[in-house]
Design a protein around this ligand. Structure first.
Ligand code: GLN
Length: 198
């Protein structure tokens, strides 16, 4: 059995918790940095990345989250969560966590389409995934070791950098558990690797 945390400072926290439970795994809402020691993988939800960053600073999460990522524990950023993970954010001097080797652009689908749904093929997951985009970012560039998992109209909207997964959309807002399950499988596999190294 694995424990998956959902960063619980702001955003679509409950929906991710429910998706993890629906996959049959244990979910923990992470509100304090010490709780990161209890979990095998972490979801950073969608919401508003600048607000989340303010709260991460306020509750002294930043170094502990970076350490979590450096221990190769799996992390999954959805929408604002992807922005938090990115190595670079277009138009900004500094990234937030900078753990995923991608460059992202915020709110990149234009103001006139604040939200929309699209049918996506996601490599290793499915050829048809109904993805919900809300004031979504997209990935402009990926590093050498990053696998592109999905594109929408030529723009990268899901990618994996080793133990770090990121997507522009909100998988937790539909009943489709397949991307959450993909992340859970990453967490299970990584837990076996970490245990066999002990
Ligand atoms: N536009 C938001 C941001 O920049 C992300 C939107 C979302 O998470 N749905 O943080």
């Amino acid at each position: 059995m694995i424990k998956v945390g959902v960063l619980g400072l702001q955003g679509a926290v409950r929906e991710h918790v429910q998706a993890i439970l629906n996959c049959g795994e244990e979910a923990v809402v992470i509100k304090k940095r010490e709780q990161l020691d209890e979990i095998d993988g972490l979801i950073l939800p969608g919401g508003e990345s600048t607000t989340m960053r303010r709260l991460l600073d306020k509750y002294d999460f930043m170094d502990k989250l970076c350490e979590f990522g450096r221990q190769n524990k799996p992390m999954f950023g959805t929408c604002a969560g992807l922005i938090l993970l990115a190595r670079e954010i277009k138009g900004y001097d500094q990234p937030h966590l900078g753990l995923m080797d991608v460059i992202v652009e915020r709110n990149s689908f234009g103001r006139q389409v604040d939200s929309f749904e699209a049918d996506l093929a996601i490599a290793g997951v499915t050829d048809h995934f109904n993805a919900v985009f809300i004031r979504a970012p997209h990935i402009l560039e990926v590093g050498e070791d990053v696998e592109i998992l999905a594109k929408h109209n030529g723009r990268i909207v899901a990618a994996r950098d080793g133990h770090i997964l990121g997507c522009s959309f909100h998988p937790e807002l539909t009943d489709d558990l397949r991307l959450t399950q993909y992340f859970i499988d990453m967490v299970k596999m990584q837990k076996n690797v970490i245990n066999s190294c002990k």
